[in-house]
Design a protein. Structure first.
Length: 277
């Protein structure tokens, strides 16, 4: 009887000790987690992320499949020199943005030394063009924003598309704060020239948007950057090219002429003058 009581007491002590170790271990895990949380404070919505966090996030979300901001800026600077792009400025006052396959903003650059020297409103338009080109293209069917123009007019099959996926207000930024929205899904729908989908190894990896000139010149600049970056669709750089009724015939993908319209180094024509008012 005495031995049974001693055995019971030893078992109780062992159980108590084991419980204490488990609690201590749990508390240690909690403490370690708390320390880690304190070491990496979250970034509030709408605030710019530190460079290290941006780079890590880029690797996770697929932005590493696209040109970096520095590469994009170089390609943008070289694009107007590949021949007359037409438009008002020859494509020399452009904003360019890229998104990844998921639609997250990866990079935003501007061709002017003073960001405000290019049209400030074109910053948001470039982001929306990149989003649109990626959002409505597939791995086997590229669709530039230029090819959406006719289909989104009243009486056509995609009329009302502009009401979908509105731009997030946090993606509107002052010209010198244009990188603040990176890694966000900004949204926005633009259905005139300047946005092209991006491809690598036959798979869509994102979209690129250019804005800052006429829609026709914007398309030329976007197309040239995509080509130089080696991110053309499987059908080549012209697979989703802008088309004009005056030179290509009218189709559901036709885009109107702009002021001083050029395509692939050849002048196509001019936008019709106003009439009736």
């Amino acid at each position: 009887m005495k031995e049974a009581k001693l055995m019971h007491a030893r078992n109780a002590l062992l159980s108590f000790a084991l419980a204490g170790l488990l609690v201590a271990g749990g508390c240690g895990d909690d403490a370690r987690r708390a320390a880690q949380d304190d070491a990496t404070p979250p970034v509030a919505a709408g605030e710019p992320q530190p460079a290290a966090q941006r780079e890590a996030r880029a690797a996770e979300t697929g932005c590493d499949a696209l040109p970096s901001a520095d590469e994009l800026r170089r390609l943008l600077g070289e694009a107007p020199d590949a021949g007359d792009a037409g438009g008002l400025f020859g494509g020399r006052k452009e904003w360019v943005a890229t998104v990844n396959r998921s639609g997250e903003l990866c990079a935003v650059v501007v061709s002017t030394d003073d960001p405000a020297a290019a049209w400030p409103g074109s910053q948001a338009i470039a982001k929306a063009k990149a989003y649109t080109a990626n959002a409505f293209s597939t791995d086997d069917t590229p669709l530039s924003t230029a090819r959406l123009y006719t289909m989104t007019q009243p009486g056509h099959s995609l009329y009302g598309l502009h009401a979908a996926n509105p731009m997030h207000p946090d993606c509107l930024a002052a010209p010198d704060e244009h990188r603040d929205a990176e890694r966000r899904i900004c949204g926005g729908i633009i259905t005139f020239g300047g946005g092209v989908p991006l491809y690598r190894d036959g798979k869509r990896v994102g979209g690129l948007g250019a804005s800052g000139d006429t829609a026709c010149a914007d398309h030329e600049i976007a197309k040239r950057i995509r080509d130089k970056a080696g991110l053309n669709p499987p059908g080549g750089p012209g697979a989703d090219d802008i088309t004009y009724a005056s030179s290509d015939g009218a189709t559901p993908f036709t885009h109107p002429l702009c002021a001083n319209t050029w395509r692939d180094g050849q002048q196509i024509g001019d936008e019709s003058p106003a009439s009736g008012y």
